[in-house]
Design a protein around this ligand. Structure first.
Ligand code: SF4
Length: 250
């Protein structure tokens, strides 16, 4: 049976590990181009624009989302793209502007509906809770969490495939779905890491720790990785024996 002191030590060690991982990934993040939603926020400082950008970014590469966001936002009549600008466009026009983002037809339909639902349910004011945002068309937990964290600068953990995969590779969670990962991370991560956990891990997932061939050589968080055969325990053993290069070459 665990003693209270033992539990406290375990929690302290876990928090130390999380802090070290976060610091390393923050440095990696700063060395690369920011994910598209961070750029949208930096350029607009507007949660509605962040929400629209996030809807467009689902299952779409950042470069493609960036083009769609630029074309769509260029239709704004004022300084920033608003729900009124969106409402003026018809579905076919939105489709043309956001093509070729993934599922552009569904996304155009959802975006067309967005201003009306926003007005009817929330008096035209974008809500800032995950649950309320999920009532908007085309908005799931991932989009809602990212809008809360990046758009409103409030604590929320957005779990996409990168966050789900890397949090598991690091042994922080043992989960099968992004929703399970989100719930596990909410219990595990101190709140100060919530807002940036997604940006740091998405950037890391895009540049180094991809799903199929992660670049484990020189990985800054390699010692925390538990992924058998992908740079974690197995590679660690080989590294220790000085056999990594030889094994990779054969
Ligand atoms: S060692 Fe490889 S699999 Fe593990 S976190 Fe680093 S890049 Fe990802």
């Amino acid at each position: 049976m665990k003693t209270e002191t033992g539990e406290r030590r375990g929690t302290a060690a876990l928090h130390e590990k999380i802090a070290a991982i976060d610091a390393a990934l923050k440095a990696e993040f700063q060395a690369h181009a920011a994910p598209i939603i961070e750029l949208v926020e930096a350029q607009t400082h507007d949660p509605f624009c962040v929400l629209v950008g996030t809807i467009l970014s689902a299952r779409t590469k950042d470069a493609c989302t960036a083009g769609a966001v630029k074309r769509l936002f260029a239709t704004a009549r004022g300084e920033r793209f608003t729900a009124a600008d969106l409402e003026r466009l018809d579905v076919a026009e939105i489709e043309r502007l956001v093509y070729p983002v993934g599922f552009y037809r569904d996304k155009a339909r959802h975006l067309k509906e967005l201003p009306r639902v926003l007005r009817e349910k929330f008096g035209g004011v974008l809500p800032h809770t995950v649950e309320e945002l999920c009532e908007l068309p085309g908005v799931g937990r991932k989009t809602a969490n990212l809008t809360v964290a990046v758009g409103f600068d409030l604590p929320a953990i957005c779990v996409d495939v990168h966050v789900h995969r890397i949090s598991n590779r690091l042994g922080l969670v043992r989960t099968k779905t992004p929703l399970e990962t989100e719930m596990a991370l909410r219990k595990l991560l101190p709140v100060r890491y919530w807002k940036t956990w997604n940006s740091h891990l998405v950037s890391f997932g895009q540049t180094r720790c991809g799903p199929l061939r992660p670049k484990c050589e020189g990985c800054p968080i390699w010692k925390y990785c538990q992924e058998e055969g992908r740079g974690g325990k197995k590679t660690q053993v080989l590294r220790t024996r000085g056999e990594l290069r030889r094994t990779k070459e054969t």
